[in-house]
Design a protein around this ligand. Structure first.
Ligand code: HEC
Ligand code: HEC
Length: 192
């Protein structure tokens, strides 16, 4: 009994110092994330999103939704459950404090024109180039990786995939199938 109690106290003590340490050492905590998301949260490619410079509110919300299971993610759900709410809040604050660094991916004039035709359905919230979100719940799209944007749009469009945001879901489902890739590439090609 005594032994068990001591053991429990020792373990919870270790966990608590672990947490305090991690939140203090944000660069250490973020280094795990940067293994996938790139140095300083700027991704080197394709289906991996850049996360530096997204808003604190967006980052915190999406991570907490994965943690509670409200929102699905093939890659992030299991991983994020290993972080405390305080660590998630600290990570959101940290990545939001870093600059958004668009990776401009050039596209053909034809794709650009197709994207321009569609973007009026997106620009009230994301801005005409995806670089001026109208509030903190809206992620930046300019210079985000095209493949990633396309995969996310397919999730919003799929009734079997658990996403939470009703308005974004509705907008994604209104797109013509043939426009999904074009609008993704259009935003990915924007510098600002
Ligand atoms: C093993 C690779 C891997 C690691 C490690 C990882 N992520 Fe991710 N993350 C992904 C992938 C892949 C996606 C996009 C697809 C998805 O949701 O599964 C993603 C998506 C995200 C997004 C959504 C970005 C957006 O534009 O909506 C955020 C935010 C995020 N991760 C934050 C983090 C943080 C913070 C950490 C560290 C605690 C982390 N990730 C660690 C692979 C990883
Ligand atoms: C009513 C406002 C609104 C409109 C209109 C809108 N969006 Fe969104 N969009 C959002 C919000 C808010 C989010 C984040 C939702 C969430 O948390 O899942 C988002 C997320 C996204 C994402 C995911 C980005 C990431 O980093 O994970 C993509 C891609 C996207 N929007 C593309 C579009 C496209 C393309 C259109 C036009 C066809 C569009 N949006 C129209 C509000 C909007």
């Amino acid at each position: 009994m005594n032994f068990k109690l001591h053991w429990a106290v020792a373990v919870s003590g270790m966990l608590m110092t672990g947490v305090a340490h991690s939140v203090d050492n944000i660069a250490g905590l973020a280094s795990t994330c940067n293994n996938c998301h790139g140095t300083g949260g700027v991704s080197v490619g394709h289906s991996m999103p850049s996360i530096a410079g997204l808003s604190e509110a967006y980052l915190k919300n999406i991570m907490m939704e994965w943690k509670t299971g409200a929102r699905a993610s093939a890659n992030m759900t299991r991983l994020i459950k290993g972080y405390t709410d305080d660590e998630i809040a600290a990570l959101a604050k940290y990545y939001a404090s870093l600059p958004w660094k668009p990776v401009v991916q050039p596209v053909s004039a034809q794709i650009m024109a197709q994207g321009k035709d569609v973007v009026e359905r997106c620009e009230t919230c994301h801005g005409p180039t995806g670089g001026s979100p109208d509030d903190a719940s809206v992620p930046r799209l300019n210079g985000q990786w095209a493949k990633y944007l396309e995969l996310e749009l397919m999730k919003y469009r799929d009734p079997g995939f658990q996403m939470t945001h009703k308005k974004m879901t509705r907008n994604a489902r209104k797109l013509e199938e043939g426009d999904v890739s074009a609008i993704s590439q259009y935003f990915a090609a924007q510098e600002k």
